[in-house]
Design a protein around this ligand. Sequence first.
Ligand SMILES: NC(=O)c1ccc[n+]([C@@H]2O[C@H](COP(=O)([O-])OP(=O)(O)OC[C@H]3O[C@@H](n4cnc5c(N)ncnc54)[C@H](OP(=O)(O)O)[C@@H]3O)[C@@H](O)[C@H]2O)c1
Length: 300
Amino acid sequence: MQKKARYSNNAFFDDSKVIIITGASSGIGKAVAQALVRYKPKLVLTARRKRKLYHTANLLKKQKLKVLPIVSDIRNREDRTRIIDLTLKMFGRIDVLINNAGLGKANLFLNQPEEEIDQLIETNILSLIKMTHAVVPIMEEQGGGSIINISSSLAMLPVYPFAVYCATKSAVKVFGDGIRQELKDYGISVSTVLPGPYNTEFNKISGLNDEIVNGKAVDKLAIKIAKLTIKPKNNLIQPRSFIPLLWITEKFGFLKEKITLKIAEQIYKARIANIKKIEFEETKLEEKEIELAVATKTKN
Ligand SMILES: NC(=O)c1ccc[n+]([C@@H]2O[C@H](COP(=O)([O-])OP(=O)(O)OC[C@H]3O[C@@H](n4cnc5c(N)ncnc54)[C@H](OP(=O)(O)O)[C@@H]3O)[C@@H](O)[C@H]2O)c1
């Protein structure tokens, strides 16, 4: 790559900026898309679930934003190429890539099926690296851009029922730190976001009970992430209360084990509560089916 003049982040935003958000059908990705409305960018939104993705896109179109929803699986090479080709065809450039698509699976490593390990690694880290790899030359050609990667505070606080997830998120952080110096010379910034627990579909998909996780609402986090598109930051830790927690655990290794054990216990509790909730719902469903069968028999 040829070195180019440093991309100025002042006046970074005019209404010609083009932003890709992966995983915009729900949770943090959807909230960030909504938080970006004030900057009037052109948005490319991606996810697998068509109905939910189009719902996000329609909300934004109503606010007069130019939006391109692309139904795609980020793990699929052809889908990643299609996202980039369609973005360039429709909007002509890529200024910001928000690598947000991801998932968790709270499982003990001893019980974790290999397919689940594949899914976590392929979605959370492999696709993120490959998407960045495909977009960076385009940004270099344009004279600059911005990469925003969604990691997790668990990247710094590895906990046992979430080990593979933590490993992928730690890799996201290390990857960001690694490419930052190299890409700086081409005017490309790299920000890593490390969220604590937030209330999204993430908990249910991870197999956790929402009430026990007790996460925060995503609105404020989304505003902070949206701001990174104008003012990049190496690391964004949210909520702010996690900053001292991560600092202390980094500084005092002996505390790390105690704190991670406490978090692990909480996650384990949320997992068991979720299993019980599912069993309870299934029993209720079974009872309903029996009632229905009896009612039909009596009728006949
Ligand atoms: N919520 C939290 O407490 C928390 C904390 C730290 C970090 N994070 C991170 O934040 C990011 C967003 O999660 P969230 O909390 O907003 O959860 P979410 O509501 O479940 O959102 C995840 C998004 O990723 C998309 N996605 C998952 N697999 C995909 C695939 N193979 N291809 C394309 N899109 C895919 C989902 O869309 P489809 O299912 O429609 O494809 C969805 O839009 C994740 O990277 C997660 O690890 C979350």
